[in-house]
Design a protein around this ligand. Sequence first.
Ligand code: NAI
Length: 250
Amino acid sequence: MTQRLDGRVAVITGAGSGIGLATARRFAAEGAKVVCVDLDAETGAKAANEVDGLFIQADVTDEAAVRDLFQRVVDEYGRLDIAFNNAGISPPDDDSILTTGLEAWKRVQEVNLTSVYLCCKYAIPHMQRQGKGSIINTASFVAVMGAATSQISYSASKGGVLAMSRELGVQFAREGIRVNALCPGPVNTPLLQELFAKDPERAARRLVHIPLGRFAEPEEIAAAVAFLASDDSSFMTANTFLVDGGISGA
Ligand code: NAI
């Protein structure tokens, strides 16, 4: 494997599972020092152990915890090169506009969108001091198209991530900080499996619309994240980076 991230310090939120875990493995394989952040102490610590990295247990909706975690990374490693702001949840239940409750709506915005605001807010000052950094925020294909998923709070939160990433990419470009939004299509992770468990026919309904005819594996998304994190994407910022099996192009 190429060592595009040799010596880089990378923070990954939601590193204990799915896309975050695959990316922790990929970043480590490419030479990065990986800081795994997760709410789940068991899976987060396991991931960090596997990639010989640091585990920080944190709830990414908690402002003090997010501030402290980025400070700790810089105290420990002296720098911060990459922030992959990826932790997220799917809505607890039926997420149609007609039925979703206000509390459920707020929780999804908090975990999926406010967390990205907080992580960018506390990562960027460290990157400004270095005059360089790469931020990748996980949005979704539902941020760019109507996907008939009836997931209103989820789609709205991801639209917010996309708009915020674009705005930050433009604002900080001349300070050497690149900010891109990653928009995966459906990926075979616990998050997706949970949705299919609630509605078993959903998988077949969704597959019809994916030109490549299958769901992504987390490793395929991790490869795209590594590209965005590395200098191979040095002329890309404020970008909507779709890795979706063609779903948004069909
Ligand atoms: P996952 O459920 O496998 O992993 C999410 C991780 O985030 C878990 O380890 C969980 O403990 C952690 N997490 C949740 N809330 C947290 C909090 N408050 N603080 C810290 N950590 C927290 O999910 P997956 O599929 O890997 O999703 C990762 C991201 O990709 C999410 O933002 C999701 O919305 C997005 N996404 C996923 C797609 C899919 O089909 N799986 C498609 C498009 C986007």
